[in-house]
Ligand binder design. Sequence first.
Ligand code: FES
Ligand SMILES: [Fe+2]
Length: 437
Amino acid sequence: MPAEWLVGADGFVPKERYTHPRFLELEEDHLFGRVWQIACRVEEVEHPGDVVEYGIGDQSVLVTRAEDGALHAFHNVCLHRGARLVDGCTSAPDGGLRCPFHGWRYALDGTCIEVVDADDFTALPRPLRIPPVRVESWGGFVFVNLDPDAEPLLEFLDPLPAVLAPFHLEQMRLRSVLTTVLPTNWKAAVDAFNEAYHVQSGHRQTLPFVDDVSIVYELLGKHAHYGRLPGARRVLRPSPRLGIPDAEVDEATILRALVSGLGGAFLGEERDLVDDLIATGPPPGQTLLGAYQERRMTLLARRGLDVSGLGPDQMTSVEDLYLFPNVVGPVYPGSAILFRARPVPGDPDHTYHDTFVLQWPDPDVPPAPPKRRDFPRWRERDWGTLTMQDYENVERVQRGMKSAAFRGLRLNPRQEINLLHMHRTIDEYLTRATVVV
Ligand code: FES
Ligand SMILES: [Fe+2]
């Protein structure tokens, strides 16, 4: 890799990292070819015969649940003449995948079980098996890694599993996966959700409800970041930028904003809870916020969430997860919204953007299969005000970076530290590659 594309010692991030096709090629081979990445949720491959395709750059991987219940992953390619076996997600109720081209058939562990007119082939190696891909799971997510020599998943994630354990992500259910294509580099799509510095301008309408300046960004090992308000400030309050005195803060307005979308995928019941509390007022000696936190905790416990690892203040806080390299989003008690960015093959200016909506299951309602929807043009759907604002900005930034006057990113060392850390970690992967090659 050209040395001038590395992140500078002063934190300067050259723009070619976002715009140059060669840089994307390096990322496809030496970053996405080596890291653990979320392919799907466990509940998407719950039943024998379930098959999910995970595409990353020009590589495609199939995650399958075999008849014996084992989870497998292997490259999505037919060993005859190289056709893609499967496009998208499917199910193989008869336990096999048939290549559409000449009809070779594969078991759900990738072993070829039928070659049409097999007697004609005298030199086929046997057994014939599509090379497997490493697959492991944590938190209800299925991760794959194209590098057979990669460290175990839990080592890669450490210490994130311990930090997120109280949320019991493994017990949440995937409600939907929405995919679109954004006209931006995959990293710009991650960046837009990985700092709160843009809130004061990009989401100015939220400042009456959001303390955007007190967030602390923690690095959790090499492959995760966590952004949250420190304990003492983990109360709902307006941005300090607005200078509103504490006595004038209206908790009712903030709570309503929280449950009407600001806080993510809150349950209908929680909206009713807020309406009820505002109508009747908090019990004597309690603030509205304190009463809401307590009742929300009871509600979640009633739904079967073990709330013992969560504090009352976490009932109303937003904690943002970044999982290197390409997943970012808020995690709440009882729900999570995670955005995954995947480069469009060979195109540094476009990104597949997947939104995973996870929700705590209602114990009285049988789980519904997750909904998958594709929106090839992002403007065709209303993604909600906040996300629309973010999507507009990622398009703007990719177009703007092409300017001859722009050389690279100058990041805020406190509020955009996540972005800098991501770039430095990418360099670790890419320069390791350069030495090996
Ligand atoms: S390419 Fe798959 S059977 Fe020929
Ligand atoms: Fe945003």
